[in-house]
Design a protein around this ligand. Structure first.
Ligand code: APR
Length: 177
């Protein structure tokens, strides 16, 4: 669990192996963190994304980082919140799981996630943070390769939710040892 670290920062500034982009299924850019990543990475990122033919919700695809300090960008598409009865929780978990597995398969040892679906896509932050921490912790249990996972918060509400989710996960894992 100590491999997971919550930070407040702009994800485009992080010098990690991979940053995760909260994209849409076209992978052709947008607003929010998607827009920030494309602006910082430069036009070559969009040119590379065009070769990927999009990405279904819950899945993840990897590109180079181009002008970003990060070596790679893992583009994942979170679910749009529709009230919680359309499989949103499992799709969000799949975003974290597939991004982690893609990074591990690529041999990466550090990754940074934004709060996927918690902006434009309207996912309630508290349950989204619980899903993020639980899924990442589960993936880390089966891999020593990944040394650092940053949960990048962009605002106090997300920071509070992630901190509570991580503390709960820590206390559960300590109780079970
Ligand atoms: N660094 C870190 N986090 C950021 C940054 C940044 N530079 N910019 C925004 N965020 C945060 C938001 O505050 C939010 O907590 O990323 C989280 C995800 O919000 P969005 O970027 O709106 O992503 P999402 O809710 O998944 O919606 C995806 O929005 O931008 C479009 O093309 C994107 O259609 C897709 C949709």
């Amino acid at each position: 669990m100590n491999r997971i670290q919550i930070i407040q920062d702009d994800i485009t500034r992080l010098s990690v192996d991979a940053i995760v982009n909260a994209a849409n299924e076209s992978l052709l850019g947008g607003g929010g963190v998607d827009g920030a990543i494309h602006r910082a990475a430069g036009p070559e990122l969009l040119i590379e994304c065009r070769t990927l033919s999009g990405c279904p919700t819950g899945q993840a695809k990897i590109t180079k980082g181009h002008r970003l300090p990060a070596r790679f960008v893992i583009h994942t598409v979170g679910p749009i919140w529709l009230g919680g009865h359309e499989g949103e929780a499992e799709l969000l978990a799949s975003c974290y799981r597939n991004s982690m597995q893609l990074a591990i398969a690529k041999g990466l040892s550090s990754i940074a996630f934004p709060a996927i679906s918690c902006g434009v896509y309207g996912y309630p932050i508290e349950p989204a943070a619980q899903i993020a921490v639980k899924t990442i912790a589960e993936t880390l249990q089966s891999s020593d390769q990944m040394e650092k996972v940053y949960l990048v918060c962009f605002g106090d509400k997300v920071l509070t939710a992630y901190t509570q989710a991580l503390n709960q996960c820590l206390s559960k894992s300590q109780a079970s040892t």
